[in-house]
Design a protein around this ligand. Structure first.
Ligand SMILES: [Cu+2]
Length: 332
């Protein structure tokens, strides 16, 4: 309520000020002073100076923001391709900043330098092929470099996963993630959405032997460091998005199809805790699509282990259909 009243006071204050200025202008005209539409030289000079002042405040604010919010940028990349992504990002940002600052200096310095004076006449300039050529060819080359560099990075990242990659399934539904690991056979079992029922949340095909020893994990999942991890991504209901900000990984989870993304983690959770000097540090898997009311719940902790710790952890996970009692469960 108080805020609304403050808003009203400010609003009426502004309206009052505008009206007062208008009355002052009309009074000047009635007294036979300056004409209503005539702007004095000193007014023009004042505006010119304000243009220059604005330039300094504006550019200063730009650099201040970079400095003040630098900690809110993504932390150091913990994956192999993430380093390339960050380089691509920095390259583009530096290039854009140069253009951004250059054009704004030109814009405001020209407005300052060439403010209106009655005796000054504008230089009449019709056309220059040379100038046209320069401002066509330079942006064309720069844009080509940006696109080719971006495409090369993209192709490097999205190529096929290496043969020895660890393939896991990331399964999204409103509102959580399940990660499925292949058992000792190293293969994920088949699945079908028609088979989703009761405890079979992922619709695993119980007739497929490969599915029996699959391991389903919730809340927290582990991957080994320095080994390619190929994520096969599925969604049960709406479009979700697998987002691992520390690894620069993001891929949509689309109902009715499976998408993939592979990456190589390079820093274990323990190393990252040391590097960030934050004992509470954890990698996180988020959903990057606003997929419903409890979308914010779609979080899962990711632990990057050494190969040894990873194997230990994996061995401690329960399998989907223990071998001792498969017959009871497949019988129909
Ligand atoms: Cu989601």
């Amino acid at each position: 309520m108080i805020n609304f009243l403050i808003f009203l006071v400010v609003l009426f204050g502004i309206i009052l000020l505008v009206q007062l200025v208008r009355i002052y202008e009309l009074v000047t005209v009635l007294r036979g002073g300056a004409k209503d539409d005539e702007i004095s030289r000193s007014d023009n000079k004042l505006n010119a100076n304000l243009m220059l002042l604005f330039l300094f405040v504006f550019i200063g604010g730009f650099f201040y923001q970079i400095y003040a919010y630098k900690d809110l940028m993504l932390p150091i990349s913990a994956s192999e391709h993430g380093v390339d992504v960050d380089q691509l990002w920095d390259f583009n940002m530096i290039l854009l900043s140069i253009v951004f600052i250059g054009t704004h200096i030109l814009l405001f310095v020209f407005a300052f330098k060439y403010y209106f004076r009655k005796e000054k006449k504008a230089f009449y300039f019709t056309h220059s092929n040379k100038l046209e050529f320069i401002w066509t060819i330079i942006p064309a080359i720069v844009l080509a470099v940006i696109i080719i560099y971006g495409l090369m990075t993209w192709n490097k990242i999205t190529g096929p996963a290496p043969e020895d990659a660890l393939t896991i399934e990331v399964y999204g539904k409103q509102f959580d993630w399940t990660v499925r690991y292949p058992g000792d056979d190293g293969a994920l079992g088949k699945s079908n959405y028609r088979l989703i029922e009761g405890t079979n949340d992922l619709g695993l095909d119980v007739k497929d032997e490969n599915a029996w020893d699959d391991k389903l994990v919730k809340n927290e999942f582990h991957i080994p460091v320095n080994r390619a991890v190929n994520m096969v991504i599925r969604s049960r209901d709406v479009i979700h998005s697998v987002y691992l900000p520390h690894f620069r990984v993001q891929m949509n989870a689309v109902p009715g199809m499976s998408t993939q993304f592979h990456f190589i983690p390079t820093i274990t959770t323990a190393q990252m805790k040391e590097q960030t000097k934050n004992p509470e540090f954890d990698y996180i898997l988020l959903c990057a699509k606003i997929c419903g009311a409890a979308h914010y719940n779609m979080q899962m902790t990711l632990i990057v282990d050494t190969e040894e710790d990873y194997q230990k952890w994996l061995a401690s996970q329960t399998v989907f259909m223990p071998q001792s009692e498969p017959t009871a469960q497949i019988a129909e």
